[in-house]
Design a protein around this ligand. Structure first.
Ligand SMILES: Cc1ncc(COP(=O)(O)O)c(C=O)c1O
Length: 399
């Protein structure tokens, strides 16, 4: 229904309109769009036009993987309920959920795993269950919003350390030594906007030194890093040294869901105490099944991650040579840092006109003056797609 101008002027909701106008003025307003679901890997269909899609986190193209689809469609026929109608603790958890949890635990080399509806829910629920008002959380300044929200909701004292800066973390741990009851260090392993990687070994050492729990968010590393693709904990040989390992099924695994893997006692505790787990309906079983099939597919193709990272290395080096600032990225996520939101939006729009979809990332997703274009690579991209992007950016003559 079309909003009525007069109604808004006199409505208690008038402030909402003013807020939206402010966003618009600062090039920060977003508009909903409706993409068409399609089965073309690496492509986006919107309003009848096809774009090369550099905006998805479907890093391995598993959202449209034919092998997974074939098995999924055949097996899903046997699943009699689409929705579960209850939270996992009531009657929502099925064989499909249990089997995915078992698969994830084995993959992550942990005793057990717990499946949440999203990675966002996993972060807020887990952090809220682990710490409270009496406690301290040490958090990298570029951690994902779901970690930040989890810390805020928990009521714990947040100690934010400079991005990847272990001297700053050590200083802050020392300054607050002996304070608080429980202490937690939490970090993304692969940072979602800058594509750089946390120094996990140093974090583990500091956690041991200062008696902290360690929690990592492997959302963007899952499926890409590590010998079997399970993430950066595996790659760093730290699977047994990090207390709480969180991941998502919504990115490299091409589906939906979040999970935590760790000791059985941790999983038992979260199943009882994580509010986003206890008070939310279980995922549809068919979605859980898709997650299991995705892990199996990755295990069968342990070389996929390296293939993707090699593509990313080529693109990053090519763009750097052209003068683009790719920051400290060393992964399939390549930021083109332009600082100003308006510049990021302008470049993104001009690329769209060339049939290339690269999203402009602006506050609040990044700090002000840190706006960027986020190039997210997938195995589904062919060398021709990368060349089209390189040529498109060259044509713009921005750098
Ligand atoms: C680092 C990180 N953690 C968690 C999430 C949330 O995951 P999900 O999309 O499964 O809710 C995201 C999503 O963007 C993320 O980037």
């Amino acid at each position: 229904m079309k909003p009525n101008e007069e109604f808004y002027e006199s409505s208690p909701l008038a402030w909402i309109r003013r807020d939206l106008e402010k966003l618009e003025k600062n090039t920060l307003r977003r508009y909903l769009q409706c993409c068409q679901a399609n089965n073309k890997p690496g492509r986006l269909l919107l309003e009848g036009k096809e774009y090369i899609n550099f905006s998805a986190n479907d890093y391995l193209g598993l959202a449209t993987n034919k092998t997974i689809q074939k098995v999924l469609y055949a097996q899903a026929k046997k699943i009699t309920s689409w929705g579960r109608g209850a939270s996992p603790l009531v009657t929502g958890r099925t064989e499909e959920h249990a089997s995915l949890e078992q698969t994830l635990a084995e993959w992550k080399k942990q005793q057990a795993a717990l499946l949440f509806t999203t990675g966002y829910a996993a972060n807020i629920g887990t952090i809220g269950a682990l710490v409270g008002k009496e406690d301290f959380v040490y958090s990298d300044e570029k951690n994902h919003a779901s970690i930040i929200d989890g810390v805020r909701l928990s009521g714990a004292q947040a100690v934010v350390y400079r991005h990847l800066d272990m001297d700053d973390l050590a200083k802050k741990l020392q300054k607050t030594k002996g304070q608080g009851s429980r202490r937690l260090i939490v970090t993304d392993t692969l940072f979602s906007m800058n594509g750089d990687i946390a120094p996990l070994e140093e974090i583990v050492t500091l956690a041991e030194q200062y008696g902290c729990m360690t929690m990592v968010d492997e959302a963007h590393a899952t499926g890409v890093f590590g010998k079997t693709g399970s993430g950066l904990c595996e790659e760093a040989g730290l699977s047994g040294k990090i207390d709480i390992q969180l991941g998502t099924l919504s990115k490299g695994l091409g589906s939906l869901g979040g999970f935590v893997a760790g000791d059985q006692v941790l999983i038992d505790y979260l199943a009882n105490r994580a509010r986003s787990y206890v008070f939310s309906t279980a995922l549809p079983p068919a979605v859980a099944l898709a997650g299991t099939l995705a892990v199996e597919e990755i295990k069968r193709h342990p070389y996929w991650g390296e293939e993707l990272l090699n593509k990313a290395r080529w693109l990053r080096e090519t763009l750097s040579k052209m003068g683009w600032d790719t920051g400290s990225s060393c992964s399939q996520i390549i930021p083109l840092i332009v600082k100003k939101a308006a510049v990021a939006v302008d470049i993104s729009e001009r690329l769209k006109n060339l049939g290339i979809w690269v999203p402009a990332i602006r506050p609040p997703s990044v700090a002000s003056e840190e706006s960027l274009l986020r190039v997210s690579l997938s195995l589904a991209h062919q060398q021709d797609d990368l060349m089209t992007l390189v040529e498109g950016l060259r044509q713009l003559k921005v750098v």
